[in-house]
Design a protein around this ligand. Sequence first.
Ligand code: GLN
Length: 278
Amino acid sequence: MKYRELLKEGMEELKKAGITDAQIDAEYLLEYVSGMNRASYLMCMMEQAPEDVIERYREFIKMRAAHEPLQYITGEQEFMGLSFAVSPEVLIPRQDTESLVEETLSVLKDGDLILDMCTGSGCILISLLHEKKTCQGIGVDVAATSIALARENAVHNQVEAEWLVSDLFTEVKGEFDVIVSNPPYIATRDLEELMPEVICHEPKRALDGHEDGLYFYRKIIEQAPLYLKPGGRLLFEIGYDQGESVPDLLAQAGFCDIAVIKDYAGNDRVVRARLHDL
Ligand code: GLN
């Protein structure tokens, strides 16, 4: 079977399964399986594909046809220009989250100690430390599987950080200059509206913000003052419709300098606040 025929078969399979970007995904998976870049892959379209390539390609097409995200098939996702290993144990890093990283970078000072709550793949903390070499940080997650992957991602991106399995602050010690978090923030009743890629394959614990989606913000805001230095910063990613509710929670808890920042799509995406100086 020629590469060209194999690609056509894959594309049709994905179209049949209702995958929106059938062509792009079919091409991407063929590039991935054959290990070729785009230029060399286009050159060999008329050549015979090796048996093992055909077999692996069909297997991956089957996974994608079942709406498995591409990133779980290839095991990687790019974020802030770095490469992150991902597995179904962690949320796939989102471009939206880059807004949180950018905003955090703008408040970080040399030598700051950062806490990344609900670190997942570790993408936020690793990107921050990769950019600001003088800072240090601890990444926290309730799942040991996430922490193992975050640790692996730190090594891969040549970043040194501490990693801790902890149910929010239970195992955390010390005082931080900056606490950053992209916690689960989707209200339980809205979970079923998510794309099958997300709801059937990404970990529910990384998405579910309980009844009104604000559970983790409440918990973190309540305890953050005990773990922030005076004047310390707290930054969250938020859902597009949480640009009032999360700032309200911060104001009620006595935080100051509260600001909401939009993402590249123009949606409210980041909230920034500061703990009062003593
Ligand atoms: N901090 C990770 C990310 O932003 C995981 C977030 C989560 O699991 N809610 O991708």
